[in-house]
Design a protein around this ligand. Structure first.
Ligand code: GLC
Length: 808
């Protein structure tokens, strides 16, 4: 495949060891294998004397010492760690990675796997017939990427379709899974990169770079979640988001005056739609000049922010990278005076044409430019009081105004750590660096607070700074369905805080025949049902489109929206705890089934169902006028959330559906922390703390539930508390509430345990004392409802250990 014009790596002529690094000299090229841990190494290929390239994706940290051991065995070098065996053929260089049982995990093609032609450098691997591939960041297509070819180049992809590639973000990382065992590859290179996962060949996959070094990290699981954990160790874990940002966001392009914003907040209240945030799109600015306000339409931004806050809403304001060319505009003048904007090789400024017209762009690869930008974000935030910053058009998009006019990007020079490199080397990290500048600016302004940033573009590691949404989708069934595998693969790629525009952004062109297809009541209802389970849940639409807020359709759509958003808010403590888990191990809250059921071959291609953590399975309706739905239930027992029916998994069931609901299943043994009905974050005290339990005989489970203030970084100083809840159900049901641990103290409150779908208990004892049945469910008593088979037990939540014994 790489015969024509390609060079192939040759014989190892000499070899050096430097601690945990092994360098193999192969003629003009040197291959370096550096072990970070026993399970993780980096392979890079250099020309002689080429210095190591800088990466902004990885978190600099000490990985500790390991002792990889090298043996020289005739034709091979054998490199051993406590988890891996690397066999390196000497002539030509060829790498095979095996586990301790000798099973090949990753194998270069024969006779050799490294090829190059000009600036393109490729690594080709054998592709086992039963291997599947996930991740690759934000990509169209199905969940399993076997058979696909993808390019990593950040690009404004307005109105993208089901096969458009590339899109806005570039995350050159994937996980390979074979018979339940996983490994990961992260090709850390900012140039355009590409991955061919069996599109060109049935038994070879390859990936490569178009400039710079071949530089990839290998992560061995074998657990898929462990691969994601290691990848996010390297590229950074998500900081805990402010809890309000997990609420519902209402947006459109644009709510373009303070009156309009107030009308929306009033309507959200009037219709009782839980909501925490309103977005301000580009029209709040003065002529699209970033960091300014249109004084006619928003005369008092701080006043507006405060009024909204009193009602429970926060504002998120958009900030684009393009700076309007205008001598009377201070940001432009400052940038010019300090030479902050991107230039061409000949020293002239690079101009693009974005919302404000003629535009210049900061060179975010310079630290002083990042600082300057961050300072402006900080001041903007301080002056106005907005709670979130939304970074858009940062691929960057440089020619939206006059799409027919070519804007030439040849010959642009970026600082790039003093290397002065072209656009192609830097575009993939432009949005990433803008988000970083924004994050650092906000953090400097308010060092104790958690900040919310949303970005359209990003590179590997973007999760450290921002949530990501999937840009300009369309109001179509195709896009509703597409959003699911897109978000699931973003989750596998280390980016957990993700969402698509609920309802779709653009109301037209799904195909030329349906030129003016609009969002209708059925589609918005289905999308709100699905979007209520997006980690980032925002309804957003384009300018001039039909209003898309939940109350703009009919009574039924309104009721469905309320029901589902209320469910999101009820399960908010559970969702938040999924983020807590993610901050520890990188595992995304919205999960592909394969993450929970790696050994179930059928889960590999379940594109349109997902798990919310380990307990909740969501099967959104993705088809128009569907009256039945096939649902695949993996191993375990599953309760139909709506009816309570119990199913035994590893089977596909067929359910009748109506517009009112999408199928939701709860895994038997689930323990789900909930809050009472609330319209926004901290509207009320969390009292009672509700714990839903779904017992089934023979199934035991446990969770550790974390609480903290939800908005500051104090948790990093240990200011949080945890409670372990444990369910053991054999003949009797035993439920243990372990002593609360940690310095954060919730206000005095009750604890309400709700055991779902159980029969009437004969006796309930708490710490060996019998509890009384009481229809008013006073603290210290229980109540049973025959019709719904619901057993509720209420007690003081004083942080002390309690063991409940329930006899049925
Ligand atoms: C881009 C964004 C979209 C936004 C619009 C105007 O198209 O993707 O969300 O509404 O610009 O700012």
């Amino acid at each position: 495949m790489f015969s024509r014009g390609y060079n192939t790596i040759g014989r190892i002529s000499s070899f050096e060891q430097d601690n945990q690094s092994f360098i193999f000299n192969c003629g003009e090229r040197r291959i370096k294998i550096h072990f970070l841990t026993d399970k993780m190494f980096r392979l890079s290929m250099h020309h002689h004397n080429l210095s190591e390239e800088h990466s902004c994706a990885i978190v600099q940290k000490e990985w500790g010492n390991i002792e990889p051991h090298l043996e020289d065995v005739e034709d091979l070098f054998l490199l051993k760690t406590r988890a891996l065996r690397l066999a390196i053929n000497k002539d030509p260089f060829r790498l095979v990675v095996r586990d301790l049982n000798g099973r090949a995990i990753l194998e270069d093609t024969e006779p050799a796997g490294v090829h190059w032609r000009g600036n393109r450098v490729i690594s080709a691997k054998k592709m086992p017939s039963d291997e599947h591939y996930y991740g690759f960041g934000e990509k169209t297509g199905g969940l399993d990427k076997r058979g696909c070819h993808y390019v990593m180049r950040t690009r404004d992809s307005i109105f993208y379709q089901g096969k458009t590639d590339p899109l806005y973000t570039a995350i050159p990382f994937f996980v390979g899974v074979r018979r339940g065992q996983g490994y990961g590859i992260f090709l850390d290179n900012n140039w355009e990169t590409f991955f061919d996962m069996g599109k060109k060949s049935n038994n070879i996959f390859f990936f490569g770079v178009t400039g710079g070094e071949l530089n990839y990290y290998f992560f061995y699981g074998p657990d898929i979640k462990e691969v994601i954990n290691q990848y996010t160790e390297l590229t950074g874990k998500i900081p805990l988001p402010p809890v309000w940002s997990l609420g519902y966001h209402q947006s459109r392009w644009s709510y373009k005056s303070d009156e309009e914003v107030m009308r929306i907040t009033d309507e959200l209240k009037r219709y009782e739609i839980p909501c925490d945030a309103i977005s301000l799109d580009i029209d709040y600015m003065d002529g699209f000049r970033v960091f300014t306000w249109d004084k006619r339409r928003f005369p008092d931004p701080r006043g507006l922010v405060e009024t909204c806050r009193k009602m429970g809403f926060r504002l998120c304001a958009i900030i684009d990278p393009g700076v309007k060319v205008d001598e009377n505009y201070d940001i432009f003048r400052e940038g010019i005076e300090n030479d902050y904007f991107i230039k061409r090789q000949d020293g002239t400024l690079f101009y693009g044409y974005v919302w404000p017209g003629k535009t210049v762009f900061p060179d975010f690869t310079r630290e002083d430019v990042q600082k300057w930008w961050g300072n402006h974000v900080k001041t903007f935030q301080k002056d106005s009081g907005v709670s979130g910053i939304w970074n858009d058009m940062n691929e960057p998009s440089y020619n939206i105004k006059y799409p027919l006019r070519q804007v030439n990007v040849n010959g642009l020079i970026f600082h790039d750590n003093g290397l002065n490199t072209p656009f192609e080397k830097n575009r993939n990290v432009f949005g990433f660096l803008m988000a970083r500048a924004t994050y650092e600016g906000l953090l400097e302004g308010e060092p104790d607070k958690r900040h919310f940033i949303l970005t359209r573009s990003g590179y590997a590691g973007i999760q450290k700074y921002a949530a990501v949404w999937t840009g300009d989708n369309t109001s179509s069934w195709e896009h509703l369905a597409l959003s699911i595998p897109m978000l699931l693969n973003l989750g596998v790629s280390g980016v957990p805080f993700v969402g698509a525009d609920i309802g779709g952004f653009a109301p037209w062109i799904t195909s030329p025949r349906k030129l003016f297809m609009k969002l209708n009541r059925e589609l918005i209802a289905r999308w709100i049902q699905l979007g209520s389970f997006y980690p980032f849940a925002r309804n957003h639409t384009i300018k001039f489109s039909k209003p898309q807020e939940p109350w703009q359709f009919d009574h039924k759509v309104l009721e469905i929206s309320k029901k589902y958003l209320k469910l999101r808010y009820r399960w908010m403590p559970y969702l938040y705890n999924l983020f807590v888990e993610c901050a520890h191990n990188g595992c995304p809250p919205m999960r592909a089934l394969i993450l929970e059921f790696p050994n179930d071959e059928r889960c590999h291609r379940v594109d349109h169902q997902f798990m919310w953590g380990e307990f909740i399975l969501i099967s959104p309706v993705i088809k128009k006028r569907a009256s039945v739905q096939d649902i695949y239930l993996p191993k375990g027992k599953w309760f139909d959330f709506h009816t309570g029916e119990l199913y035994v998994g590893e089977t596909t069931i067929n359910k009748p559906i109506t517009l009112d609901d999408i199928p939701i299943f709860i895994k038997a043994g689930a323990i789900i922390p909930c809050q009472p009905e609330m319209q926004f974050f901290k509207e009320k005290e969390l009292n009672p703390l509700i714990i839903e339990v779904y017992p089934a005989s023979g199934i035991s489970s446990a969770i550790v539930f974390q609480e903290d203030d939800g908005e500051t970084l104090d948790y990093r100083q240990g200011h949080y508390c945890t409670t372990r809840f444990e369910l053991i159900f054999d003949k009797e049901l035993q439920f243990t509430i372990y002593p609360r641990e940690g310095s954060f103290e919730p206000k005095p409150r009750d604890l309400l345990l709700q055991f779902k779908h159980v029969s009437r208990p004969k006796r309930i004892g708490m710490n060996s004392l019998e509890m009384k049945e009481n229809l008013l469910l006073e603290s210290g008593s229980w109540k049973y409802q025959e019709a719904s088979m619901l057993l509720e037990i209420k007690m003081k939540d004083d942080g002390v250990r309690k063991t409940l014994l329930i006899e049925f």
